[in-house]
Design a binder for this molecule. Structure first.
Ligand code: ADP
Ligand code: MG
Length: 245
């Protein structure tokens, strides 16, 4: 059974079919890239899987259970993690406190007592930061970090929750090319060691073709092609419709 199975997914906004009959699967430990031109329906697909939007029709199954139309909170509780295009950390807290907050939230403690995060699972938070290459910056305020480092903290926060599926919509937006590759190579290693499925969008083809196990190409809401990075690079329809050569 696939970790994620999406079948006949549809979502329209007024007359625009943002997602139009999309089918795909994602396995444990697999890195699946969703690519396509602007307006192709990538973010809408993420929002349908993450619960920020409800589909007009179609099915989203996580480990065999239907999750389409559930609230983001309910989907999060089923161990679906998410990072956002704009990194979402608490700038006034330190790096390690941000991860402690994420652990606190994952442990379903009362969020209102967030100031107690200072004492919560600091060792576990440090271990996560170590794993994403941020162990030496644990006590700096998040506001003092370089943007690429904030994205690493955000990844550690997503991992705090122990997701079986991680949704990353444009995780490397605003990052330099070398940093992009490093972040996604790290994500790939984490996916393999935790057997976590990762669905991500990415504009840099170097990153997509170098890191993804499989690639989905979405054009105007429809899946144009699906395959290994090698097959997608060779696909004449993809070159014509998307890569522009
Ligand atoms: P991508 O992420 O691939 O750039 P989106 O999923 O954001 O594409 O958008 C797909 C299509 O749906 C676009 O035509 C976009 O204008 C439209 N769309 C997305 N979200 C909304 C919304 N909330 N209201 C109206 N139209 C939307
Ligand atoms: Mg988008």
């Amino acid at each position: 059974m696939s970790l994620l199975q999406v079948t006949g997914l549809n979502k329209a906004f007024g007359g625009v079919k943002a997602v139009d009959g999309v089918d795909f699967t994602l396995g444990k430990g697999e890195l699946l890239a969703l690519i396509g031109p602007n307006g192709a329906g990538k973010s809408t697909t993420f929002n349908l899987v993450g619960g920020q939007l409800a589909p007009d029709s179609g099915s989203v199954r996580l480990a065999g259970q239907e999750i389409a139309g559930l609230s983001p909170r309910a989907i999060w509780r089923r161990d679906v993690g998410r990072t956002f295009q704009i990194a979402a950390t608490f700038a006034s807290l330190s790096v390690v406190e941000n991860v402690q907050m994420a652990l606190l939230s994952a442990d379903r403690k009362v969020f209102a007592f967030w100031r107690r995060a200072a004492g919560h699972r600091r060792g576990d938070a440090l271990a996560l930061l170590e794993r994403v290459g941020m162990g030496n910056q644990a006590d700096r305020p998040c506001s003092a970090l370089a943007y690429g480092d904030v994205k690493r903290v955000e990844l550690a926060m997503a991992l705090a929750h122990g997701p079986q599926l991680l949704l990353m919509d444009e995780p490397t937006a605003g990052m330099a090319p070398a940093e992009r590759l490093a972040l996604m190579a790290l994500t790939r290693a984490l996916a393999k060691e935790r057997q976590m499925g990762v669905l991500f969008t990415e504009h840099s083809m170097d990153v997509v073709f170098g890191q993804a196990d499989r690639v989905l190409v979405l054009v105007r809401g429809r899946l144009l092609a699906e395959g290994t990075p090698e097959a997608i690079q060779r696909d004449a329809r993809v070159q014509q419709a998307y890569l522009g050569n």
